[in-house]
Every structure is written in structure tokens, then in C-alpha cells.
Design a protein around this ligand. Structure first.
Ligand SMILES: C[S@@+](CC[C@H](N)C(=O)[O-])C[C@H]1O[C@@H](n2cnc3c(N)ncnc32)[C@H](O)[C@@H]1O
Length: 227
């Protein structure tokens, strides 16, 4: 109970029983041109356009043969990969269930679990030439905790990419405000010929989300630190 004597949660709810932030989210969804477009174009998420825009700019998907999609649900990115590179085998993982997508093997599993990399690699049957991560940790509202959890996901994704990518392969990951932290950026720069950051137009301007795009993986042997 607040000092005014009103219950704060009840105060936030509107007539239909939604909180103020749920109402704001719903209004934004309903008015978002990308949401409408995704529905009309048959994509499961507006996020699909982010990958299309990154692909148009950096040339990531076409010609790829094995792709790993980290944080795959509901499946927009994998739909784009299958469309733009129909021959590609895709393996995806998410904490949430993902409805089946033809040509993709989808796991409902925590990517941070020890066994996850082996499960993904076994299903893929060979080195990926593209690892994409749109993973975002559920925010708890504590800025430092949220930042650390997201960085943990990105770090684990970078490790996975550097251990498994085929030579010449590419890595894309969602990062947050300020881009990739300096330590991680160094690892990427050591292991890839080109490392860039981009915010595709479909990424909401008021979101701190950016993407890191690393291309031209140098190969595992060259990636070993010097003695
Ligand atoms: C923005 S959504 C991905 C949208 C997707 N790229 C698309 O186009 O449909 C982020 C996803 O990351 C997933 N995620 C977060 N942490 C994860 C983890 N530890 N392991 C697997 N998936 C995770 C969430 O469950 C969520 O579905």
C-alpha cells in the first residue's frame, strides 16, 4: 500500500486490467509499421526485418550452408535464412518453444547449459559458416544486473562462434548501449578480419539495442593466443 493509501499495482492498471507499461507496449505494437508488415509478409516477428537489413548491408546469409540461430523464438531470423539461403541447414535454440520451420532443427533449451554447444553442433553435422544471436536476457530492471546478464550471453555466443565457425565464417550478435565491451571487441578483432557495429532501421530508435557484425573468421589455428 502506498502513502496515498492506494495500491500501486492497481493504480497502474487500466480499465482492461493491463498495467500502464503493458498498455504502452500494446499501443506501440498496434501502431508499429514493421509489426503490420511482418504479419502481411508471413514473418513470425518484426525482428525478421533486422536480419534482412543487416544482410542487405553486410552480405551475411546468401550462400551460407550451415547456420546456428541463438535465441531463435519465435523464428523470424530462421525464416529469413531459409528464404535467402534455401540450401542452408539451420539449427536454432531458445528457452521458449518455437513452432517448426522446414529445414531447421529447433531445440528448446538454455544456450548457457553446458551441453548446449554439443547438442547444436551434433545436430548441424559440420562447422557453421554463420552464427547469429538475437538473444536478450529477460530484464529484471536493475541496470547493472541486466547489463551483466546480456554480456554473459554475448560472451558465450562469441566463445561458441570462435570454437566452431568454419574459416571465413561470420558472427552476428545483439549487443546493448555502447556496443561490445572492450575485452570482447578485442577477441572479435583478433579472430575476424572485419568487426563492425550497426543499428538496422527496424531496430526501435528508443531501444539501446545494436548489433555487432564480425566477418572473415580467421580459423581456429590462427585464433589461438600467441605463446
Ligand atoms: C528478441 S528474441 C529473438 C527473436 C528472433 N530472432 C526472431 O526473429 O524471431 C530473443 C530470444 O532470446 C531468447 N533467449 C534469452 N536467453 C536465452 C538463453 N539463455 N538460451 C536460449 N535462448 C535465450 C529468448 O527466450 C527470446 O526468445
Amino acid at each position: 500500500m502506498s502513502r496515498s493509501g492506494r495500491d500501486p499495482v492497481t493504480r497502474l492498471k487500466n480499465a482492461k486490467g493491463r498495467t500502464a507499461s503493458q498498455t504502452r507496449w500494446l499501443q506501440r505494437q498496434l501502431n508499429d509499421p514493421y509489426v503490420k508488415k511482418a504479419k502481411a509478409d508471413g514473418y513470425r516477428s518484426r525482428a525478421a526485418y533486422k536480419l534482412m537489413e543487416l544482410d542487405d548491408k553486410f552480405g551475411l546469409v546468401k550462400g551460407s550452408r550451415r547456420v546456428v540461430d541463438l535465441g531463435v523464438a519465435p523464428g523470424g531470423w530462421t525464416q529469413v535464412v531459409r528464404q535467402r539461403s534455401p540450401q542452408a541447414a539451420v539449427v536454432g535454440i531458445d528457452l521458449l518453444p518455437t513452432d517448426p520451420i522446414e529445414g531447421a532443427v529447433l531445440f528448446q533449451m538454455d544456450f548457457m547449459a553446458d551441453e548446449a554447444p554439443d547438442v547444436l553442433m551434433e545436430a548441424l553435422g559440420g562447422a557453421p559458416d554463420l552464427v547469429i544471436s538475437d538473444m536478450a536476457a529477460n530484464t529484471v530492471g536493475h541496470k547493472q544486473t541486466d547489463h551483466l546478464r546480456t554480456m554473459g550471453l554475448v560472451e558465450t555466443a562469441v566463445d561458441f562462434a570462435c570454437l566452431n565457425l568454419a574459416k571465413g565464417g561470420a558472427f552476428v550478435a545483439k549487443v546493448f548501449a555502447g556496443g561490445t565491451d572492450p575485452g570482447l571487441l578485442n577477441i572479435l578483432k583478433r579472430n575476424f578480419a572485419s568487426v563492425k557495429h550497426a543499428k538496422p532501421p527496424a531496430s526501435r530508435k528508443d531501444s539501446s539495442e545494436w548489433y555487432v557484425i564480425a566477418q572473415g573468421f580467421k580459423g581456429r589455428a590462427e585464433a589461438e593466443p600467441e605463446e
